[in-house]
Unconditional design. Structure first.
Length: 169
């Protein structure tokens, strides 16, 4: 895991819940209940991360509602809407072999097996069938499926992903 980095975003406060200061929380963890195992939660307002004192959390379907210390009415709860919830990267479990957190892949260089530079991983998204790397190079953006047939190697140390991909595609 990377040291001295921003917290990893694991959820977002999406709005107020009721009139007593509770907030709605959408978890980005898989499964969503993993969110409950992380403490402390850190919240980002503007560009600064600060600890968030959570008094209580309840599950509501695939989402959660939470009561925050000092947040006692709907107006205060609405002020938290849109804030990311993060945790220190060190709290995340080590991934299994050949598994990666998206934050580990973002920013890595992408090269073909023959050494052609395709660019860097700008972001990643899920399609349901597989994840897709959005690779931005000098000439264009490429969408590469993150599957074994395409991704030959991820070298965390050299910060390079080697792929079996036609540079003309």
């Amino acid at each position: 895991m990377a040291a001295e980095r921003d917290p990893i975003v694991v959820a977002r406060i999406t709005g107020a819940h009721g009139i007593r200061g509770w907030v709605r929380v959408t978890s980005f963890t898989d499964p969503v209940d993993n969110l409950l195992g992380y403490r402390p939660w850190l919240v980002r307002q503007t560009d600064a991360w600060q600890p968030l004192e959570v008094v209580e959390v309840r599950r509501r379907g695939q989402k959660f509602v939470a009561r925050i210390e000092g947040c006692d009415d709907r107006d205060q709860a609405e002020a938290w809407a849109g804030c990311d919830i993060g945790v220190p990267a060190e709290q995340l479990p080590e991934p299994e072999e050949d598994e990666y957190y998206w934050f580990e892949l973002e920013g890595l260089a992408v090269k073909t097996a023959t050494g052609t530079d395709l660019g860097t991983v700008e972001r990643i998204f899920a399609t349901g069938a597989n994840d897709v790397l959005v690779v931005r190079g000098n000439d264009r953006e490429r969408l590469l499926p993150f599957v074994a047939a395409v991704v030959l190697e991820v070298d965390r140390v050299r910060r390079v992903i080697t792929v079996d991909w036609d540079p003309e595609l």
